[in-house]
Design a protein around this ligand. Structure first.
Ligand SMILES: Cc1cc2nc3c(=O)[nH]c(=O)nc-3n(C[C@H](O)[C@H](O)[C@H](O)COP(=O)(O)O)c2cc1C
Length: 312
């Protein structure tokens, strides 16, 4: 059975990827999860410098999901390379680095620095974080912003370039197309949905940042729809995510058109979810006699449903 999947020049042994911000820098999970079992891990978003993020409360539980406004707390790219990469290399992890900037120049600088680091397999461009005021999502919400960041980073590195798109737009398809036209190797979608939770007793927002990003099963059907729409629009691989917590959730994304999937929020309640997802994928492919993952990707059958609608 061939579970491998291609993301630009990168071949992953399977389509399971830990999502940025929900798996630390990978090393924190290394004693419970065999990092080399995963297709890849995406580390917490990194800026050039260290950041403290927002003050607490930064996380709130919501029905079938969670709302966060961490504010991209992080150790900065230099400390990451010095303190985390040696262990990630030793553990055999395929490392995708999620990079963030307030200017295009910062993304380019990060890409240049990381291009020379042994063991960095690809760059995921965070142009979609809803929790910071400058840069990030400002780029991802516009066609020009997306194209400008992607082409500038593309010119600065030979690593696969994977912009991560925001769902907080009226129509995600042209944004995905802008990324493809700017020579992205793949796109990741989606980041969190901008949302607000209020404590009615105090009439105060539950997060210090007032608004935050919604993730978890609550967003899954919207994210699956976006993967499906983008699959109709672009030809580069799509990495799908949003609320995956079971093998069936993962399969929805793959059938909708994702070549790989990321799992974020589920890690907080089920850090050993990976083996279950892998077993579920193998079982499904065996039962449906599918020899290669590529033969399952994007196989949503809409024809019968259309006929049923017409006849009813
Ligand atoms: C606490 C938390 C921190 C996150 N940090 C990042 C980040 O640093 N960079 C990024 O691109 N996405 C970040 N995300 C978004 C996730 O990677 C993912 O896109 C989103 O949560 C949807 O997937 P899920 O429903 O499986 O969590 C974060 C999400 C959460 C819940």
């Amino acid at each position: 059975m061939d579970l491998s999947t291609r993301i630009g020049a990168l071949t992953l042994k399977n389509p399971l990827i830990a999502a940025s911000g929900c798996f630390g820098y990978g090393v924190e999970y290394a004693d419970v999860v065999d990092l080399s079992l995963l297709g890849a891990i995406v580390v917490k978003g990194l800026f050039l410098t260290e950041r403290e993020g927002h003050p607490p409360p930064r996380i709130v539980e919501t029905p079938a999901g969670m709302l966060n406004a961490i504010g991209l707390q992080g150790i900065g790219v230099r400390r990451f390379i010095a303190e985390k990469m040696p262990e990630l290399r030793a553990r055999g992890a395929v490392v995708i680095v999620n990079i963030c900037g307030t200017t295009i120049q910062e993304y380019v600088e990060l890409a240049t620095i990381l291009s020379d680091v042994e063991g960095v397999a690809a760059l995921e461009l965070n142009i979609s974080c809803p929790n910071i005021k400058e840069g990030g999502i400002t780029f991802g919400c516009s066609l020009h912003g997306t194209a400008d960041v992607v082409s500038a980073v593309r010119a600065a590195t030979k690593l696969p370039v994977i912009p991560k798109l925001t769902p907080n737009v009226t129509d995600i398809k042209p944004i995905a197309k802008a990324a493809e036209d700017a020579a992205a190797d793949a796109v990741s979608l989606v980041n969190t949905f901008l949302a607000l939770a209020i404590d009615v007793a105090t009439r105060r927002p539950r997060l210090s940042n007032i608004v935050g990003g919604l993730s978890g099963p609550a967003i899954r059907p919207i994210a699956v729809r976006m993967v499906y729409e983008c699959r109709q629009t672009i030809s580069i691989p799509i990495i799908g995510m949003g609320g995956i917590a079971t093998p069936a959730d993962m399969l929805e994304f793959i059938i909708a058109g994702a070549s790989a999937v990321q799992v974020g929020t589920a890690n907080f309640s089920d850090p050993v979810i990976w083996q279950k997802l892998l077993n579920g994928l193998r079982d499904y492919m065996e039962r449906h006699q599918i020899a290669a993952l590529a033969d399952l990707t994007g196989t949503l059958d809409t024809s019968r449903r259309e006929k049923e609608w017409i006849s009813s």
